[in-house]
Unconditional design. Structure first.
Length: 426
């Protein structure tokens, strides 16, 4: 397999219009969720990213029929599914494969699952997922040596479940299983992210009864059967934020279309605090956000929080932006440990960043300089691309397979805005 990287000639102002793709974090949950239906489901506005393609392949390996009906649309027929053993390498290679737990357990009452991987950003246990499945009546066994999880239930039954920590993955996974459980399930301490609400809406379109998504408590009335449906995935909140930050970081003027402005309030607030202008509008077809920036950013302090707070997935891009602020900023990472792997790479570019446990102190420098840098995960990769766009000279960003996991045509979209970025291989 060829190694690929991005070569960026920095210092160009981003200008123009960009359209946001479907939400990665919703799409990777909805594709497994389609297993719960007894008929075909059609998902539209899916992003062209590696994680979506990987899940498509996984469902096909399980026997489901999955066809691409148009550029951003998949038709999934789960009735041909022939096995509940998802133990092959493609499953362990991606984090979101854990949604097969709730989907297969809910539909068939059993699943054997290779423990999932994905980005290396600290301890990301699935203990809350397991707690939820056990509360619904499943027997769950984890073989850590073999990296396998096995779950079985003669019948899932509704339960009251209190999550010990707020977890998007656990909220969605237990929601999937509970849709096919007998009786009512009440989930407390749930995640409220937009893609949690979007998955709940998709399940309801299939005939499920999920109420309260986006609030503190979700109530699910189990159904014996779910039917097929068509559904369009919401725009990607994190891609939107990435382009907002990139526009500000390059002193640009960018209109970002196909967005949901209410999802971006925390990001917009911090960008405005730094001196950017964020203008919300409606062109009659789509909502849009216009980001305009002149001069150096002012320093700001950020603490990542669960939604509606500042998203952890935008912490790294925001740190790249703040590396040239006129003063000292701080970033506190409250969601994940070990999510500062990008700091070493930013330092190679001249950034002045010190770390103490979960807090980064960023002393703004006048400018970054181009360098050879290496992405350690998806959002770190986005941060390094933004740094390359800001920097003087040439930057090469390696390990871009991480970036391909979650951003659709990122280089092409940036090029259309005036960036000098090209994908190279050897």
């Amino acid at each position: 397999m060829q190694k690929q990287w991005y070569t960026i000639e920095g210092g160009r102002r981003l200008e123009g219009t960009v359209t946001i793709s479907g939400a990665k974090n919703a799409a990777v949950a909805m594709i497994p969720a389609a297993i719960l239906a007894g008929e075909c489901c059609i998902l539209e506005n899916l992003p062209h990213i590696q994680d979506v393609e990987a899940l498509r392949t996984i469902l096909q390996r399980l026997g489901a029929t999955v066809d691409e009906t148009s550029g951003d649309c998949l038709r999934m027929d789960p009735t041909t599914l022939s096995t509940t053993r998802a133990t092959f390498p493609a499953v362990s290679d991606m984090r979101a494969s854990y949604y097969l737990l709730g989907a297969l357990l809910g539909r068939y009452g059993e699943v054997e699952l290779a423990l999932p991987g994905g980005c290396e950003i600290g301890a990301r246990p699935i203990d809350q997922h397991i707690k939820g499945m056990r509360a619904l009546g499943a027997e769950v066994h984890v073989d850590e040596e073999a990296h396998l999880l096995t779950a079985r239930a003669a019948k899932l039954r509704g339960a009251e479940i209190f999550f010990d920590v707020v977890s998007v993955g656990a909220t969605i996974n237990v929601m999937l299983a509970a849709c096919r459980a007998e009786g009512q399930t009440v989930l407390t301490g749930v995640a409220k992210e937009p893609h949690v609400v979007d998955v709940a809406n998709f399940l309801n379109m299939m005939g499920a009864s999920v109420r309260g998504a986006g609030t503190d408590v979700i109530r699910i009335s189990g159904r014996e059967k779910l039917h097929g449906c068509g559904y369009a995935v919401i725009p990607d909140q994190i891609e939107t934020g990435t382009f907002m930050i990139a526009a500000a970081a390059t002193g640009g003027d960018v209109v970002i279309k196909n967005v949901i402005p209410t999802h971006m309030e925390a990001t917009s607030a911090k960008l405005m605090e730094s001196g950017a202008r964020v203008i919300e509008g409606d062109d009659g077809r789509d909502f849009y956000l216009r980001v305009v920036m002149d001069g150096r950013p002012r320093p700001v302090n950020i603490k990542t929080m669960v939604y509606p707070g500042f998203p952890t997935d935008l912490q790294q891009p925001m740190m790249a932006y703040l590396s040239t602020a006129a003063g000292v900023s701080t970033v506190t990472e409250n969601i994940f440990e070990n999510r500062f792997n990008h700091v070493r790479e930013l330092r190679r570019m001249g950034a002045s960043i010190s770390l103490r446990e979960r807090v980064a102190r960023i002393k703004g420098v006048n400018a970054l300089r181009g360098a050879q840098i290496y992405a350690s995960d998806l959002r770190a990769g986005a941060a390094l691309i933004i740094a390359g766009l800001m920097a003087s000279g040439r930057t090469q960003v390696h390990n871009i397979e991480f970036i391909d996991r979650g951003y659709e045509y990122l280089d092409q979209k940036l090029t259309a805005l005036g960036a000098s970025i090209r994908r190279e291989a050897r």
